[in-house]
Design a protein. Structure first.
Length: 120
């Protein structure tokens, strides 16, 4: 799998900044449309992963990034590049795992929101 970032609900300006940073590091950026949020995370990365449940979470409109096929060094380099470019942080970020590959995007979004709330 080519190192790829799935981008959800980014404004055009933020998406372009993310793409600029990604190009510098030879990373792909794929924009996920709202209607695609019912698919599983793994399916969006081309893994053909089936959903663990039949429950389809509602569409969400918050920004979210999911990193797939990337080493920790690549993720750190991307985040560092974005900071150097003075791009405000993306609050919800996840790494593709065998567990979350079977989750629908809304389920991962809900889990990230729950984790974020616990840290605040």
């Amino acid at each position: 799998m080519r190192p790829t970032i799935l981008a959800f609900n980014l404004s055009l300006a933020r998406l372009n900044l993310l793409k600029l940073a990604a190009i510098r590091l030879n990373l792909a950026v794929e924009t996920v449309q709202p209607l695609e949020q019912a698919r599983t995370v793994g399916d969006l990365f081309g893994l053909g992963t089936r959903a663990a449940t039949t429950h389809v979470p509602p569409v969400f409109d918050a920004e979210m990034l999911i990193f797939g096929g990337m080493e920790n060094q690549q993720i750190n380099a991307l985040l560092s590049t974005l900071r150097q470019m003075q791009v405000p942080p993306f609050p919800l970020k996840a790494i593709l795992t065998p567990t979350n590959a079977a989750w629908r995007c809304g389920e991962l979004y809900a889990e990230l929101c729950k984790e974020r709330q616990q840290f605040q």
